[in-house]
Design a protein around this ligand. Structure first.
Ligand code: PLP
Length: 374
């Protein structure tokens, strides 16, 4: 019973054969000159063209990377060319944006971090206020990976551009891709990741508008039109578009909403349980905290029953206090007891019922154990 789909997703069985064929049959280097290699190159480019359609851009505006973390690094580091410029991010960015922004600050950039509400949505007026002639980059996540909250990035980008058209607007669309509207033309750079939509790990992609001239991060053989050197992960890149189409076809938001609502309805009146579901949000991510318990203990108890949930973001799991949840105004105690339930294509209502029943049973058990220890 896998309820950690915001961390990663189970790859499509339907694409298993094609994936193996791409790895073991079509293993040729896409840069080589013989026909077999050209076929691999063509498969990557067909995927690029398909993704461009989904991202609302042209095919030569799509670039493959090894993951979204690399894509976000490229977006920020590649866009910031003047060391003393101003960069603006929201306080609820994924670490692959916030850590890069902090690094740019250490190198001399002026970093402004925009406050967010309890779901992680950025204060739009505060973003616009930061835009001046020295602002080089604004990065606002599309859908928050902890809560599912949506930023209206197309609106924010339009307002940023109307104040200073030179500003590069980036958005991390990893959790939003295929669930929220695609980026508009005002969004210069947009990041997506294959393993979040039932594709293989090892492929990220970026829309990079032709207007924008980024400095590449990885130099070498000049693959990806010089933007990302290194032999392509041809299987994952070539499958990216097929994966996205299949995901779009199979994603049943009504079914996911039903499971999400079941969790909220069943747990909302339980002692000490607090939900963080501010609207608008995508369906599929439920963020809650259970006061007085260590969420990690709960996670491991559920694990023994074959139930997997998340503890905030998997990417932030190594840090003792999740800075994004702090920025959303949660207390340390609430963060300590925070779990993230994220639904995917393969969940069903029966297992959701078991999940809720087990959460109630184990939180009660943990609390009683604590009382017995006092
Ligand atoms: N951005 C967001 C919003 C994410 O949720 C994640 C992964 O959790 C990433 C970026 C990083 O993606 P990847 O695992 O492809 O590096």
């Amino acid at each position: 019973m896998y309820f950690d789909n915001a961390a990663t997703t189970k790859p499509f069985e339907e694409l298993r054969e094609r994936f193996l064929e791409l790895i073991y049959g079509d293993y040729f280097n896409p840069s080589s000159l013989y026909t077999a290699a050209k076929n691999v190159r063509d498969a990557i480019n067909a995927s690029r063209e398909g993704l461009a359609g989904l991202l609302g851009c042209q095919k030569d505006e799509v670039y493959f990377t090894s993951c979204a973390t690399e894509a976000n690094n490229l977006a920020l580091k590649g866009a910031v060319k003047r060391p003393k410029c101003r960069i603006v991010i929201s306080a609820a960015e994924h670490a692959s944006v916030s850590a890069v922004a902090a690094d740019l600050k250490n190198r001399g950039a002026e970093l402004i971090t925009i406050p967010v509400d309890s779901g992680g949505r950025a204060d739009v007026d505060a973003v616009i206020k930061t835009v001046n002639e020295n602002t080089a980059l604004v990065s606002v996540i599309h859908t928050n990976n902890e809560t599912g909250a949506l930023n209206d990035i197309n609106y924010i980008a339009a307002r940023v551009k109307s104040k200073n058209p030179q500003v590069i607007f980036h958005s991390d669309g990893v959790q939003a891709f295929l669930k929220a509207s695609p980026p508009s033309d005002d969004v210069d750079i947009y990041t997506v990741s294959s393993h979040k939509i039932c594709g293989p790990k090892g492929a990220g992609a970026l829309k990079i508008s032709k207007r924008v001239n980024l400095n590449p991060l990885i130099l070498g053989g000049g693959q990806e039109r010089g933007m990302r050197s290194g032999t392509e992960n041809s299987a994952a890149a070539a499958l990216f578009y097929d994966t996205a189409e299949l995901y779009k076809h199979k994603y049943d938001s009504k079914k996911i909403l039903e499971m999400q609502n079941f969790v909220i309805e069943t747990l909302k009146d339980s002692e000490g349980i607090k939900f963080y579901a501010s609207e608008p949000k995508i369906t599929g991510i439920v963020s809650l905290s259970v006061s007085g318990i260590n969420a990690e203990t709960l996670l491991h108890m559920l694990e023994k029953d074959g139930i997997y949930i998340g503890l905030g973001s998997a990417c932030a799991a190594n840090k003792s206090i999740n800075p994004v949840l702090l920025a959303m105004g949660r207390s340390k105690e609430e963060i300590f007891g925070s779990i993230r339930i994220s639904f995917g294509l393969y969940n069903n209502l029966d297992e959701t019922k078991i999940l809720c029943q087990k959460i109630l049973e184990y939180t009660d058990k943990i609390r009683r154990r604590k009382i017995a220890q006092i």
